[in-house]
Design a protein around this ligand. Sequence first.
Ligand SMILES: [Mn+2]
Length: 323
Amino acid sequence: MRRIITHNDFDGLVSAAICSFALKINFIVFTGPRTVSEARISITDEDVVCDLPYPLECDLWFDHHEANLEELGFRKIDPASIKGRFDMKDSCARVVYEYFSEKVTFPPHFEEIVAESDIIDAFKYTSIEEWRTPTPGKIIDGTIKYKGEPAELKWKYLRNLVYQLKDFPIDKVAQMPSVKKRYNSFMQEEEGIIEQIKKDVVFLPIDREKKLVVIDSTKHNRQPYLLKHLAYLEYPEAQAVIEVKNLFRDNTKTNDLAFSISLSLNLANGDHSKDVGEIMRELNIGSGHPGAAAGMVTCSSKENMLKEKERILEQIYRIFMEQ
Ligand SMILES: [Mn+2]
């Protein structure tokens, strides 16, 4: 049985809807990138894989993540030998749509969901207001992010959503009662996250103007679920937000630290010289783009971890202010 294996996010669902239409496949499986890269899911040479790392084998592979292309290099796999398409577009949906547009004629409503996927997946908003304004795509995206239900129900919802996105324009899907109800539940869930962020936010003592929001999740013993951009609702004048948390392995907290930093949407017009990717490279702890970057520091003990956390945060702040 031929299947579509896709990422369990908005871009993955739109990619699946396009593939489902073009290839007439209705068997859809949702998963995350780590499950594929750790080969914890079986994928066969008949399967179509979207918006995920290249598995051990598959029939068609579609993706747009630069890191997944690099990974092929490490594995000595020639991208040209893989059926499907890799292209560094804003969304995988765009890659899939362009690939199949050469072969099939799509109903006009597909153009719209692909455009939304470009914006949502690449976080292409020019202001906090624009990001917070609900569009049909963002409403559907919220219902996909919703966590408050057992996995089976979630898979069922996602599967139905793919069929609806295939058959109906996105604004019709966003108005469906099941979608609206779920979006309201997500909004409540998001309130909880905002409250949690408020409790976890700290500012460095040297940061008197509160330019750099630090979300310190290191006190939590369970893996926190965070959408760090939500910090801007509370601190709209901040220039960047950093999240620092412990790494978890097999659901167990380790002493190792993960940092992720992104620039405020207020700086989205590009009229500045900030480059957070450069900070990670300068500290030699990670990599990234000017607008978003991540890094990791291994620590030998809890005391060492607490010391490293202060030290790295302070260095990040100093470099950031010098940029
Ligand atoms: Mn994507």
